[in-house]
Write a protein that binds this ligand. Structure first.
Ligand code: ATP
Ligand code: ATP
Ligand code: CA
Length: 218
């Protein structure tokens, strides 16, 4: 059975989620208070609804009971975002993901039962910052407040050396969990794996350790 989703708020972020889910063949209900936004998604989403999501009756009548996951992507109107989230959780929606504008907003969303709170601008900012620090850092994913995964180009410093030569775990406290080489992915590489200049390493560790690793080897 196709999974069903609802996206509330069709700004740039919510709109992009709606497009991508629909492109992947998912059933999406797209809801916005703005008529123009709604008509923009008429040919993209399975269903479109023009309504104010802070109106409890509106959400109740939509019959969201069968929906697996609702994404609340209301932008600047923090109050509307919180009220919508609260109503969705009261209606018994299992998974509600909400876009937060700031830390204060995030704190309250967690309190009222949001299952996932996301900060696309802040998180993308961090990733881009790491990318800017070094051209060899391709991606950066935060696992928790103090642990991350980075994707780095091996480059000249690591060329032709094995993991033992570099002694990455002992020297930097980080683990190379995989090596991407052309189309192949070497998962859990052996200690004697020789690194090629064009390899991409997936490295996991604490932010402090990763930052030492980045400074010295990347
Ligand atoms: P992004 O950064 O993702 O582009 P944005 O900053 O543009 O988001 P807004 O435009 O403030 O975000 O809001 C996103 C959408 O949420 C808008 O299309 C807006 O019409 C819609 N929206 C705001 N309040 C409500 C509401 N109460 N019910 C339904 N939709 C709403
Ligand atoms: P350790 O005591 O550090 O776990 P080990 O006894 O498991 O080492 P090897 O697996 O032979 O010894 O690895 C030797 C060294 O090579 C490790 O100390 C580590 O620094 C480095 N190393 C091996 N595999 C990795 C990896 N996947 N990521 C990072 N460093 C590695
Ligand atoms: Ca915005």
């Amino acid at each position: 059975m196709k999974k069903e989703f609802a996206v509330i708020g069709l700004g740039r972020f919510g709109g992009s989620i709606c497009r991508e889910l629909s492109r992947e063949g998912m059933q999406v209900i797209a809801l916005d208070i703005d008529e123009q936004k709604v008509s923009e998604y008429r040919d993209i989403a399975a269903h479109t609804v023009m309504a104010d999501s802070t109106d409890e009756n509106v959400l109740r009548e939509l019959g969201l009971r069968n929906i697996d996951h609702v994404i609340v992507a209301i932008g600047d109107n923090i109050q509307a975002s919180m009220l919508t989230t609260l109503i969705l959780k009261e209606l018994g929606i299992k998974t509600v993901t909400v876009k937060a504008q700031n830390d204060y907003h995030e704190k309250i969303l967690n309190r009222i039962g949001a299952d996932h709170v996301i900060h696309p601008e802040r998180d993308m900012g961090k990733r881009i910052a790491h990318h800017i620090i070094s051209n060899n850092i391709l991606d950066y994913i935060e696992l928790s407040d103090d642990h991350s995964v980075v994707e780095v180009k091996a480059g000249r410093k690591m060329k032709n050396q094995t993991l033992i030569d570099l002694d990455i775990r002992a020297n930097y406290g980080c683990n190379v969990v995989a090596i991407k080489r052309n189309k192949d992915v070497i998962v859990s590489p052996k200690a004697n794996e020789k690194i090629e200049e064009t390899d991409i390493l997936i490295v996991i560790g604490s932010d402090k350790d990763i930052s030492r690793f980045e400074k010295n080897l990347v």
